[in-house]
Structure formats: C-alpha cells, structure tokens
Design a protein around this ligand. Structure first.
Ligand SMILES: NC(=O)c1ccc[n+]([C@@H]2O[C@H](COP(=O)([O-])OP(=O)(O)OC[C@H]3O[C@@H](n4cnc5c(N)ncnc54)[C@H](OP(=O)(O)O)[C@@H]3O)[C@@H](O)[C@H]2O)c1
Length: 361
C-alpha cells in the first residue's frame, strides 16, 4: 500500500492550468489540461484545492520566462504549471508522511496552484483551521510583509514613522497592520477612495490617495524629519517620492515594482534606474541592498530572513488572525475554476482590487 486516501470519491482525472510555451501575458499562454489523478508517493500529499491566490505580476513573469527572473528556464521548457499558492484539503498522503492526514486543511506555496488538485510535498504544506480564502491571503502576501517588517527591515519600533504603498492591496494591508501592531505611526498610500475608506477603518494615521495629491509634497510638508521605514511595492515615480522623503537612517523595503512590470512596460518590465539606484528589475531580482548616505534600500524583502525563521513568522500571522488581531482582506469579485483564472489575473493587474484576488475551485 503506497498511500492512504479519502476513498472512492476521488475522480480519475482533474483539470489544471499549464503553459506549453512562453508568451507576452498569462492569458496568451494559459491552457486547461486534463490529467490523471496520481496517488502520492513517499513524502507527497494530494490536496483538493479550495482557493488559489492571484499574483498577477509574478505569473506574468512566469509566463514570459523573463530572462532576469527565476522563470528564465520556462523559455525552453516543454510545459510548465501555473499558480503559486493555494488552500485545500488533504485527500491522500504518501506512506512516509507523518505530519498530515486525510481531511486536514492546509495552505501550500510552490508551483501549480491553479488546479483542482495538486500533488505536493508535505513540507510545502502548512496546517490551518480552515482551507479558506483568508488563509491564502496570509500564506504569501502576509508572510512577505512579516518577513520584511520583522526580519529584513525590522523589528519595527513603536513610534517609528512607517509608510506602505499599494496599502489597500494584498501584501500592503498586511504591512499596514503589522506596522500598526508594532505601535508605528502609519502612512498608507493608495489609489482609490474605496481602499482609503477601508484603511481609515483600520486605524491608519495618514492616508494619501496618490490620484488626488502629490505624495512627495505631502510627505515633505507633513513629515519633515522623514519616513523611518517604507514597505514599497509600486516602483516608478512613487518609489522616488518615498525615497526622497526617507529619514536620515531610513530603510526602504522594496517588495516589488508593479507599475514597471511587463503589463505596463513593453520592454519586458525593464526600466532605467533613478535616484542613484540600479534599474528596479536588477535591484529586485538580484536581491541587491544599496546604501545611499545613511539610508538602506533592501531590493528584495526576503534577503534578511533566515529560512529557519520563516515557519515561526507564518505561525505568528495565523495566530494573530485567529485571535482577531489581524484582518485578511479578500476582494469581493468572485472567480471560479480554471476557466476564470485569466480573468482574475487581468482584474488583479488593473489595480482596482481591495485586498487579495482569489479563485475558488
Ligand atoms: N517579493 C515577494 O515575495 C512579493 C510577494 C507578494 C507581492 N509582491 C509584490 O508586491 C507588490 C504588491 O503585490 P500584491 O500581490 O499585494 O498586489 P496588490 O497590492 O493587491 O495589487 C497591486 C496594487 O498595486 C497598485 N498599482 C500601482 N500601479 C499599478 C499598475 N500599473 N498595475 C497594477 N497595479 C498597480 C494598485 O494599488 P493602488 O493603485 O492603490 O496603489 C494595485 O492594487 C507587487 O509589486 C508584487 O509583485 C512581492
């Protein structure tokens, strides 16, 4: 007997999204594939996926096989699976798996989340109370903020002035809350009244809607001593405005640079550097840390975390959520099944979503 499973109710086949070639966008290469459902071996588990998280920028790089990213090998791959994170229920376990059993709810990260089922290793799974959409929010978007603000650029100190861009988004609203919990004075930058309203309800001290005012000017006027720590995922002129207003020993945590990604910039997401910084794609993907005077710019927020610390950060996040001290926002637009994943990606890339975009299965 190689594995134990939930019995006869498992289908013979399942559907997943794959790409057989690289192309300009997720939609242009994603196709539905129906494949046999395989039983897990040794340390593997089979999950029935409940929700998959949408990371439109990352999936675009994956589908383009952009040469400067870890997805470059996709250019010559016969095929590759799509998606990066999901929540689900264990429906079968390999004989060597001792930490999980059939019926357990988990989240997982790694490739292949846009699927009805996924065969993955038990080590990529994290047990949760419920395979919910909120659990997906915490899995990558939440963890990224925790690593940035507790390890790489942290720990945050009470009273520090913390600024978060894309603050109403998936990882942004996590960064905002971690800064509030640390006792910081929090400045949130966002691009819609709907996001501003939700952030106001969360208790953010100052909200700047960049469509209504000049962020640099507001910061210069209201924060003459500068911002101590910035969690910045937008890039372009907004990153420059924040950088210009960092305090003397300020630190900037670059979580991404979505305004310069390929869905906006046809030159495969490559742009010139500014303010003495290397181009954003180099800063981020080469995980560079740059010092300008006494300021530190962490080009990739994961650079300061030790692998062995990460499970504890994830545990802390889920504990805070379960204690009601942390909200996990799921956008209200509903997407279901492999057929609607491309729509979900396109929607996420419009920048309208409040919180995380998820797809249910
Ligand atoms: N390093 C990592 O491991 C990691 C993990 C997760 C996310 N990220 C990065 O963090 C950033 C935020 O990601 P997220 O998944 O949490 O997304 P998100 O914040 O939910 O959505 C992206 C937000 O960026 C803002 N934005 C500004 N210009 C944009 C443009 N041209 N196209 C699309 N959005 C634009 C929009 O909000 P406003 O208009 O309100 O500003 C939009 O809602 C991205 O750069 C992403 O790649 C990195």
């Amino acid at each position: 007997m190689m594995s134990t499973n939930a019995g006869t109710d498992l289908p013979a086949t399942f559907r997943r999204l794959i790409a057989r070639k690289v192309g300009p966008s997720f939609r242009s290469v994603a196709e539905i594939e129906e494949v046999p459902l395989q039983q897990p071996s040794s340390d593997q588990v089979l999950l029935k996926i409940a929700y998959a998280g949408v990371n439109g920028g990352c999936e675009t790089f994956r589908c383009r096989g952009s040469s400067y990213t870890p997805f470059a090998a996709n250019q010559t791959a016969e095929q590759f699976v799509l998606g990066a994170e999901a929540s689900g229920t264990v429906v079968a376990v390999g004989e060597g798996v001792e930490t999980l059993k059939v019926g357990d709810a988990v989240t997982c990260s790694g490739s292949g989340g846009f699927a009805e089922y996924i065969l993955t290793t038990s080590q990529s799974c994290f047990p949760v109370k419920e395979a919910s959409a909120e659990a997906v929010v915490l899995t990558l978007s939440g963890l990224t903020a925790a690593v940035a603000l507790k390890a790489t650029g942290g720990p945050l100190k009470a009273g520090e002035r913390a600024l978060v861009t894309a603050a109403g988004g998936a990882t942004g609203h996590m960064g905002v809350q971690l800064a509030l919990l640390a006792g910081c004075h929090v400045v949130a930058v966002c691009g819609s009244a709907a996001k501003a309203q939700r952030l106001r309800e969360m208790g953010v001290h100052r909200i700047i809607n960049y469509r209504e005012g000049d962020v640099g000017e507001v910061l210069r006027r209201e924060y003459p001593e500068g911002i101590d720590v910035a969690y910045e995922g937008v890039g372009g002129p907004l990153r420059d405005a924040v950088l210009d207003n960092l305090s003397k020993h300020g630190r900037m945590l670059v979580v991404g640079y979505i305004s310069e990604y390929p869905h906006v910039n046809p030159d495969d997401g490559k742009a010139e550097g500014s303010r003495g910084l290397p181009p954003a794609h180099e800063l981020f993907w080469k995980r560079q840390t740059v010092h300008i005077d006494d300021k530190t710019i962490y080009g990739n927020v994961w650079s300061g975390a030790k692998m062995q610390e990460i499970p504890a950060f994830r545990r802390q996040l889920f504990d805070l959520y379960e204690e009601g001290k942390l909200q996990a926002w799921v956008d209200s637009r509903r997407f279901h099944g492999v057929e609607q994943v491309s729509d979900a990606i396109d929607y996420m890339l419009t920048g309208q979503a409040v919180g995380k975009v998820v797809v249910s299965f």
